[in-house]
Design a protein around this ligand. Structure first.
Ligand code: HEC
Ligand code: HEC
Length: 139
């Protein structure tokens, strides 16, 4: 009788142990490999993005403002601060973020969309460096 109770205890202890270990193991197995975070001394506003997200954001910039990579960067050195458009673009990122935070805080960008939010570079620029402030004159 005593030994039966001991066995039951032992089995219960084993089941309890597996209940703890198995989900942790399953989680470790199914968790997708997290891509590295894009980090650099000269990445000062677009922080916390994964490398693929960062690259996608740069492509959104190209489409949004109608400049190629060289429009904001110096040839052969993306970290360089020599191109003055890069500093302008940084302020634009901050402005866009501020607009989203204040007016569209609930918006969650879908996969592949700009991480900035509902308002993007494209919203104003529509593929041109200088956004229009007025409609073109009537023909
Ligand atoms: C409209 C301007 C603009 C365009 C166009 C642009 N970038 Fe950038 N890029 C920036 C800004 C601003 C930063 C710095 C972001 C920060 O400070 O967080 C940056 C940072 C980077 C960095 C990180 C450099 C470092 O500090 O180590 C890389 C890499 C990069 N861009 C690649 C690209 C590529 C590739 C393209 C073209 C597909 C591109 N960029 C197009 C504005 C631009
Ligand atoms: C709320 C509207 C708005 C948004 C959003 C916006 N911009 Fe701008 N941007 C402007 C205006 C207005 C100018 C001034 C253009 C001028 O001087 O004629 C400008 C100018 C610029 C310039 C300088 C262009 C030049 O030829 O000198 C760059 C670069 C730029 N924006 C990049 C960006 C990027 C990158 C984003 C997204 C992160 C962005 N902008 C989002 C309105 C906006």
């Amino acid at each position: 009788m005593v030994s039966m109770i001991r066995i039951r205890h032992a089995v219960a202890a084993l089941v309890a142990a597996f209940a703890l270990v198995v989900p942790a193991f399953a989680a470790a197995q199914s968790a997708p490999m997290q891509p590295a975070i894009a980090e650099s001394a000269t990445i000062t506003v677009l922080k916390g993005l994964t490398v693929p997200q960062f690259e996608t954001e740069m492509r959104h910039f190209v489409q949004g403002v109608g400049m190629n990579c060289g429009g904001c960067h110096t040839r052969g050195n993306f970290a360089s601060e020599d191109n003055p458009k890069k500093a302008i673009a940084r302020r634009m990122i901050e402005m866009t973020r501020a607009l989203n935070k204040k007016y569209f805080p609930a918006y969650v960008p879908a996969e592949g969309e700009s991480t900035l939010g509902r308002v993007t570079c494209y919203t104003c620029h529509q593929g041109e460096a200088s956004p229009k402030s007025a409609a073109p004159p009537a023909p």
